[in-house]
Design a binder for this molecule. Structure first.
Ligand SMILES: C[S@@+](CC[C@H](N)C(=O)[O-])C[C@H]1O[C@@H](n2cnc3c(N)ncnc32)[C@H](O)[C@@H]1O
Length: 134
């Protein structure tokens, strides 16, 4: 987890990253931002649930859960949404900021029974490994 050392994250996040970094494609600066956001919501006792739309293997949701657990508060609901079948077929409006056609990427990643783009195969999905990790 060399990125964590490079960005000098706090000890709590460093320990969490050891557990979640293989289950997320999000980079350390953004994970640091998520950790700070969840910590703020917890420490300020803001009411409500945590929701992640597009979880892939669930690393960000695990980070949210572990941040809450580090504060001894497991009372919050965490909702995880995904197709669990990869990206849905893009429409013509789905263009990258660099003008790259998302539909082309999607076509290149299409396999016989699923689309490989952000696909979380059985055995890697959050509901299947969370019990062993949290
Ligand atoms: C970039 S990945 C998410 C990365 C994830 N947050 C992480 O921590 O690695 C995008 C996710 O969104 C999901 N997704 C894309 N379109 C979706 C849709 N229309 N409905 C539900 N999930 C969708 C994909 O299956 C994929 O898991």
């Amino acid at each position: 987890m060399s990125q964590a050392a490079k960005y000098a994250v706090c000890p709590e996040l460093y320990a969490i990253l050891q557990q979640v970094h293989k289950e997320t494609m999000v980079d350390v600066p953004r994970l640091d931002n998520l950790h700070k956001s969840v910590s703020y919501a917890m420490d300020a006792h803001l009411p409500g649930a945590f929701v992640e739309c597009g979880v892939w293997r669930g690393g960000c949701s695990m980070l949210m859960a572990l941040t809450a657990m580090a504060r001894g508060d497991c009372s919050r609901d965490i909702y995880l949404y995904d197709t669990f079948a990869g990206m849905t077929e893009p429409t013509p409006e789905d263009q990258g900021f660099n003008g790259k056609d998302a539909a082309r990427t999607w076509r290149e990643q299409q396999r016989e029974d699923h689309n490989e783009w952000c696909y979380a195969p059985p055995g890697t999905r959050p509901t299947e490994h969370a019990q062993n990790r949290l």
